[in-house]
Structures are given as structure tokens and as C-alpha cells.
Design a protein around this ligand. Structure first.
Ligand SMILES: Nc1ncnc2c1ncn2[C@@H]1O[C@H](COP(=O)(O)OP(=O)(O)OP(=O)(O)O)[C@@H](O)[C@H]1O
Ligand SMILES: [Mg+2]
Length: 510
């Protein structure tokens, strides 16, 4: 039987960059294929050619054995191909049904009919989406579901999902996988891009590996393992481990007490949070998504209104100072850095049209010295970030917007580290990064700790937190449910604290 979709000898160039190099790849109906590769290896570009976003420079595409020419998203839909992109393309003020209706037959649609169709698909797969709910009222996971419904409504038989789990909680991810498996039973062909090898092993039947734009191999999931996959991706033997040392001369750097925050609607976000972050230590922050992790870092960075409490900052060799009441810029300049990776990576103070050097200038050289700023320093920093994090870019002055998603993120995290902070806070620093680069970041955090920096690391992967952190502070519903020693605790203990305020470890602030 013909393959659901087949790529033959596909090449795509952007100027001198060869994003895809003579790729041969196919996927069959009733199969989930993972597409794996380092940041910048060409995964998104390859799939965008199936989705009608890009057109190949060379090669052929076959759908059900028939050669096709896909020149627009409409062509893709007509060939039964639908792609769920990393950045959602929904209109916030419209309902789910209106978004699904958009682009159908030049606006000539019957909204009632579309809404009924949305409901039918939602019921069939157990999505639980209300067709009349507005996008801005939805969670990230619901928005993603609307994107999936959108492609199913248009009759997609081949579904491509570009890093769908990067922004989902573990619970939402398992729900998504249940849905993908149901679609596989329905005979659909599914291509899943993810950097998480445990997900690859869990959900896919086959794994295709790209490296530097080339298709290296496709293997059956049952016949491979994470170590082999990593080596295929990177092209050499790699060891993935974190060299955790004992805290180096720990000194209180940030003393948080009684921190309480409510949002603009008066909903409590943080309640009576207290802890000490030490220089020379990594303090991991764990919690179910939305337990106050983001709010805590924002509050310390001065980005959130604080109802009560204090945050005493003691820089090396200087007097303690109160951060509550200071502006974000004052806090940043005092040496408290925040690398926060939002769902929209370009949202975090990077300017897409500028290159790495200019983006470095925005962070560290923004003290209003006029337009005649010195480019030498930021250029040096950009070069360091480029080399150390192996940013895939033709040059450090290449527009950041044209880099692959993971490489944009390397620039973001690298910039904060390069500002030589004395407190480094990061949230979701490895979201969307390939496994090798994730370990580079973990070891960078270790390096910061060795320099005496107080590192506060909000992570999603408990296994990593247990290996990386010295202590783990667990948040539950905006409160500290425990602070545990990462060397002696267990995943079960942390898991329990995540769901139970005032667990056994109580307010164990040391
Ligand atoms: N519109 C564009 N203009 C110029 N170069 C581009 C463009 N899109 C992608 N590239 C380049 O093509 C290469 C492959 O990028 P792509 O986004 O496909 O990688 P990826 O495997 O999806 O990476 P990630 O895991 O980081 O998302 C990169 O070097 C990237 O900089
Ligand atoms: Mg990508």
C-alpha cells in the first residue's frame, strides 16, 4: 500500500543555509512517527513544506502514492495534511467555532453548522471543547486542542504537531497522547516533533532522526533507546550527566519572608512564602503548573505587585537591601537576573529583527548612555553565547527571528547568564531545547553556582531537579509545602508535597 505521505530528495535552502538536504522520509497510515533532531536540524522547515508554508527547492512530495505540489496551506488541507504549529495561529477575540470557520471557502460558512461540527469532533475524541468559548478564555492546552480540531474539521488525514508538549503539563500531555493514539486507531498518520525522549519512547511507533538538515535514519521505537537516539542526533557519543558539586561557601543572598501577592482580580497567587536562597547553591522550585512558580520569580524581579512581605537581597560584600518597592530595572541592575522562557519565546524582550549582538545590548547596555554605545562588549558576549551554547546561526548579526525556536531560546538564556548576575532565576530554561543543549544549560547553572551565584531554577522535570538542585522548594497552590534536601529526598516525597499544602516537611525553611 502507498505511504500516507512520502518526501523524496527534498532540499530547502535559506540563502547559504541548507535547512534540509536531500531528505527521504515517509510515514504510513495508522502510525505515529516522532521526528527528532537537535535545535536547528531542520524539523520545522521540513514539516512546513508539507503544510504549504515553504516550497522545496528540490525534490518531490507524494500523498497516497500520488505526486502533489503544495504551494499554500489550502493545498495542504486539500491533500489531507494539517499542521499544529509551535505558535498558535488563533484569533483571541473569536470563539473556537469562529476560528475553525476562518479561511473556509472565503468566509462563506454557516457558523451553526461549523459549531455543530466542532462539537461532534470534540465529543468523538473527548476533547471537551465548548465551540462558543472565546480563545482568550482558554488555557494553553485548550487552545492547542482548538488547533487540532481546526485541522480535523478540514478533514486532515495526516497530522503534524510541532513540539505540542513543550507548553503542556504532564497531565495535559498524557491526555494529548491518548487522543493521538485514538487518531492512530482511526488510521491517521501522525508526525510528532518533540525533544523529550521519554515521550518518543512512550507514544511513537517509529522515530526519524534529522541531523544538520539530513535524514540520518528511521528506526522502530521498540528497537532503540534514548542513548542510541541521542547519539544519532548529535553524531557522536555523548554523556548526559550533571556534575553536581556540594554548595560552595553558601551565604544568604536572598531572604524572602511572608511574601503575599494577589492578581488584579484579587485572586491570591502567593501566600506567606518564605525561604532563603544562598549564593553557591542551586535552589530548585517544583510544583504542579500554575502553583505560583512564575509569580514568585516575577515578584522577586519587581514585575508583580506585592501585597505584603519582604525580599532582602545581600550582594557579595555589600549591605543588605530591600527589593520590595524597587523597579524591575533597579533590581536587574543590582544583579538579580531573570531568564523566563514564555510560551512565546520572542515575547521575552528579544527583538526578532535584530541580531544576537544587538539583543545582548538590550539587556546589559541599556542604561541610557545614548545612541553611541560601544558595540565591542556586547559583541564579545554574543560571541561567547554563540560558541558555548553552539547557537546555529550564520552569524551573530543574523536576525534572531530567522533562527530555529530552540536557538532563539539559547540566545535568551545565554544573555541573562552573560550579565554576570549574583542571583540567577530561570523558569523553564530548557523548554524546547534539544537534550544535549539542555544538559549544557544544566551544567551552565552548575558553573554559575561554582562562581557563588544564587541560582533559583524552576523546572518541570522532577528527575532533573533531583540531580541538579541542592535543595528543592515545593510550591502548592501559592504556598510553600516543603523545602527538602535534593540529595536525600525522593521523587515520591516531592510529588506528594506538590499536591499537599503543609505536608510532612511543613514549613521546613532552613
Ligand atoms: N525563514 C527562515 N529564514 C532563514 N533561515 C531559516 C528560516 N527558517 C529556518 N531557517 C534556518 O533553517 C535551519 C533549520 O531550522 P528549523 O527551524 O527547521 O530547525 P528545527 O529542527 O525545527 O529546530 P528547533 O528544534 O530549534 O525548533 C536553521 O539553521 C534556521 O536558522
Ligand atoms: Mg522547530
Amino acid at each position: 500500500m502507498a505511504h500516507a505521505v512520502e518526501l523524496k530528495n527534498i532540499t530547502k535552502r535559506f540563502g547559504h543555509v541548507v535547512a534540509n538536504d536531500k531528505v527521504d522520509l515517509y510515514v504510513d497510515n495508522g502510525v505515529i512517527m516522532s521526528l527528532l533532531g537537535e535545535n536547528g536540524s531542520g524539523k520545522t522547515t521540513l514539516m512546513n513544506m508539507l503544510a504549504g508554508i515553504y516550497y522545496p527547492d528540490e525534490g518531490q512530495i507524494f500523498v497516497n502514492g500520488k505526486e502533489v505540489s503544495i504551494r499554500s496551506p489550502k493545498d495542504a488541507y486539500e491533500n489531507g495534511i494539517g499542521m499544529i504549529h509551535q505558535h498558535f495561529k488563533l484569533i483571541d477575540v473569536f470563539t473556537a467555532a469562529q476560528n475553525v470557520a476562518l479561511g473556509i471557502e472565503d468566509g462563506k460558512y454557516d457558523l451553526k453548522k461549523v459549531a455543530a461540527g466542532v462539537k461532534e469532533i470534540s465529543d468523538k475524541y473527548g476533547f471537551g471543547i465548548d465551540p462558543n468559548k472565546k480563545i482568550y478564555e482558554m488555557s494553553v492546552s485548550e487552545k492547542q486542542t482548538v488547533e487540532i480540531i481546526k485541522v480535523l474539521y478540514r478533514g486532515a488525514n495526516i497530522l503534524i504537531l510541532d513540539e505540542p508538549t513543550a507548553v503542556l503539563t504532564p497531565q495535559e500531555t498524557s491526555k494529548l497522547f491518548t487522543i493521538l493514539k485514538a487518531m492512530r486507531e482511526d488510521g491517521k498518520a501522525i508526525i510528532l516533533i518533540t525533544h523529550k525522549l521519554n515521550e518518543v519512547m512512550e507514544v511513537s511507533d517509529v522515530v526519524a532522526v534529522l541531523r544538520k538538515g539530513q535524514h540520518i535514519r528511521t528506526v522502530r521505537t521498540a528497537e532503540t533507546d534514548p542513548q542510541q537516539l541521542t547519539e544519532m542526533m548529535v553524531g557522536r557519543a555523548v554523556t548526559l550527566n550533571i556534575d553536581r558539586m556540594d554548595p560552595v561557601n553558601p551565604k544568604p543572598r536572598l531572604t524572602v519572608a511572608g511574601l503575599t501577592c494577589t492578581d488584579s482580580e484579587g485572586v491570591s497567587k502567593l501566600e506567606d512564602v518564605g525561604f532563603i536562597a544562598y549564593g553557591g547553591e542551586i535552589l530548585g522550585i517544583a510544583g504542579i503548573a500554575g502553583s505560583g512558580q512564575k509569580e514568585l520569580l516575577e515578584a522577586i524581579a519587581g514585575l508583580r505587585h506585592i501585597s505584603s512581605g519582604s525580599i532582602i537581597y545581600t550582594p557579595e560584600g555589600k549591605n543588605p537591601q530591600e527589593l520590595v518597592g524597587k523597579t524591575p530595572m533597579e533590581i536587574k541592575d543590582a544583579g538579580v537576573a531573570l531568564a523566563f522562557v514564555p510560551e512565546d519565546r520572542l515575547g521575552m524582550g528579544l527583538v526578532g529583527g535584530m541580531g544576537m549582538t544587538e539583543n545582548m545590548m538590550l539587556r546589559t547596555w541599556n542604561k541610557g548612555r545614548g545612541i553611541f554605545v560601544n558595540r565591542k562588549e556586547p559583541e564579545k558576549v554574543a560571541e561567547q553565547v554563540y560558541e558555548f551554547l553552539e547557537v546555529v546561526t550564520p552569524s551573530i548579526d543574523y536576525p534572531v527571528r530567522k533562527l530555529s525556536g530552540g536557538n532563539v531560546q539559547k540566545v535568551l538564556v545565554g544573555r541573562e547568564i552573560a550579565s554576570s548576575p549574583s542571583v540567577l532565576m530561570s523558569a523553564y530554561a530548557v523548554r524546547g531545547l534539544d537534550i544535549n543543549t539542555s544538559y549544557i544549560i544544566y551544567n551552565l547553572m552548575e558553573g554559575q553556582k561554582a562562581k557563588g551565584v544564587a541560582v533559583i531554577f524552576v523546572g518541570e522535570d522532577l528527575d532533573v531537579l533531583l540531580q541538579l538542585a541542592d535543595r528543592i522548594l515545593v510550591l502548592c497552590d501559592g504556598k510553600v509545602s516543603g523545602i527538602v534536601d535534593a540529595r536525600t529526598t525522593t521523587k515520591e516525597e516531592v510529588g506528594l508535597l506538590m499536591t499537599q499544602v503543609g505536608g510532612a516537611a511543613g514549613k521546613g525553611a532552613k
